[in-house]
Design a protein around this ligand. Structure first.
Ligand SMILES: Cc1ncc(COP(=O)(O)O)c(C=O)c1O
Length: 453
């Protein structure tokens, strides 16, 4: 099939599927119209509208790996709120633990014993001995940047092109066509962008040159980039180079496990034997209750230890912390999630189903004769509209087809399967079942056949 014929078919199918989607969801559309009087775009948070070409479904309820919308549709959720609900909806141990935490008091700005258990368990998982807590992964990343400045006496943070590390100015940056670091979106400070360095993933030589300038405090990286339309895996040896170059340059290394922790206890840090100075996480670590965690080496923990300032009287404060950070509700959720939901059996189950998903999608691609690559990583699978995986964000962007990726989303939504993020591909959550995987594979195969016949 010629590229033009395929492109026309994609557009036709997308128009048909968008129409079908809208026709069947009048209640969601009515709620958003009503909501527009009190919220910009008719949603409480901009992404809930901006992520879709169609009306967002308004949620009526959820349990396990499924949610339902107000128009009566049931969805097997394969994006699980951008990984944050990897534990599933309403996992019983977390419901119980958070209920009890609310009854005991959910917020004191004082420590509770759960903090020790959560820190110790995170230490066992990620291999770092000391931990602090926030209310989100973004905030954990801000703390990591702040402590890296204190540790190194330098200002800048280096990130990889195609990354996403959350809602913070220093990492909401991109390279413009002239190779300058600029704000990625409106509202981000150009002054902050000037404190950031952006280099391509999988290129040790460019990284070396950037670090040699001597102004970088911290490299913040996902072990595999999960926010770049497709999954970008490290080349063999890239993480060794990243670690030795950061050590040589006296730069701290933070691995952001917010998404990749779903591959198993300790995320990719443990799976690949990485040795970061800092690890950050959020989202599913507390089963989707707003919570973030950042782990550090003993040396960084020592730096955090309060000491007297030059006047010998007042403590010299490091700019970390927030009123709701480390609160008992989040800690109770994290403890229950790690002790009772994110168990070795749960990871084995999601990995096995993830493997089935990857294999089934590969078979559909082969049957359809499309030149696509299907990747798999633990519970996660994904599609690349090219025969080989992307090694960096430029390659990922070059093969991205936005209309096709959005067609896949709406096609699935019309068949009871939810993929929230364009191009992210499916992830099997802990309560995911073989029947969910079969439904996804049936939907995927049906779309591919519709594209080529
Ligand atoms: C890798 C990574 N880090 C951090 C974040 C920020 O998470 P949050 O928005 O919960 O603060 C995200 C969100 O998508 C992420 O993908």
């Amino acid at each position: 099939m010629s590229t033009n014929t395929l492109a026309r078919r994609i557009r036709e199918l997308k128009t048909r599927e968008d129409t079908r989607y809208h026709k069947a969801r009048p209640k969601s559309a009515a709620l958003r119209r009503r909501a527009s009087a009190v919220m910009p775009n008719g949603v409480p948070m901009a992404w809930m509208r901006g992520s879709y070409h169609h009306e967002p479904p308004w949620v009526a309820g959820a349990a396990g790996a499924h949610f339902t919308d107000v128009d009566g549709f049931d969805y097997a959720d394969f994006n699980i709120a951008d990984m944050s609900m990897f534990c599933g909806y309403a996992p019983a141990p977390v419901v119980r633990a958070t209920h009890e935490a609310m009854l005991r008091g959910n917020q004191f700005m004082l420590p509770v014993e759960d903090a020790i258990e959560v820190a110790a368990e995170l230490g066992r998982r990620f291999g770092l001995p000391q931990w602090q807590f926030t209310s989100s992964a973004s905030q954990a990343n801000i703390e990591a940047i702040r402590i890296a400045r204190v540790a190194t006496g330098r200002e800048k943070v280096l990130v990889f092109e195609g990354k996403y590390h959350g809602h913070l100015d220093q990492t909401l940056v991109a390279l413009d066509p002239q190779g300058r670091v600029v704000p990625e979106e409106r509202g981000v400070s150009a002054l902050s962008a000037a404190q950031s360095v952006v280099v391509p993933f999988n290129d040790p030589e460019v990284l070396r040159a950037a670090l040699q300038r001597g102004d970088v405090a911290l490299v913040m990286a996902e072990a595999a980039l999960t926010n770049s339309h497709v999954l970008i895996l490290p080349d063999p040896g890239f993480h060794d180079a990243l670690r030795s170059l950061t050590r040589e340059a006296g730069v701290l290394l933070c691995i952001d496990e917010t998404h990749t922790q779903v591959v198993g206890a300790g995320g990719l840090t443990r799976a690949w034997g990485l040795e970061p100075d800092l690890v950050t996480a959020g989202k599913s670590i507390a089963a989707g209750i707003p919570f973030g965690a950042w782990g550090m080496t003993a040396a960084i923990g020592e730096l955090m230890t309060q000491r007297k300032g030059p006047d010998g009287e007042r403590d010299e404060l490091i700019a970390t912390g927030g009123t709701l950070f480390g609160n008992p509700l989040g800690l109770a959720a994290a403890r229950a999630a790690m002790e009772e939901v994110l168990t070795p059996e749960a990871y084995a189950h999601t990995q096995a189903l993830g493997g089935q998903l990857t294999a089934g999608m590969r078979e559909s691609v082969r049957r359809a004769g499309l030149p696509w690559f299907i990747h798999g990583l633990g519970p996660r699978a994904g599609y690349v509209f090219a025969p080989q995986p992307a090694r960096n964000a430029t390659e990922a962007l070059a093969v991205h087809d936005d209309t096709l990726a959005r067609l896949i989303r709406v096609w699935f939504a019309n068949r009871g399967i939810w993929e929230a993020i364009v191009g992210a591909g499916p992830t099997v959550p802990v309560p995911g079942s073989p029947a969910d995987v079969a439904l996804y594979l049936e939907g995927f195969d049906g779309l591919l056949q519709a594209l080529v016949t």
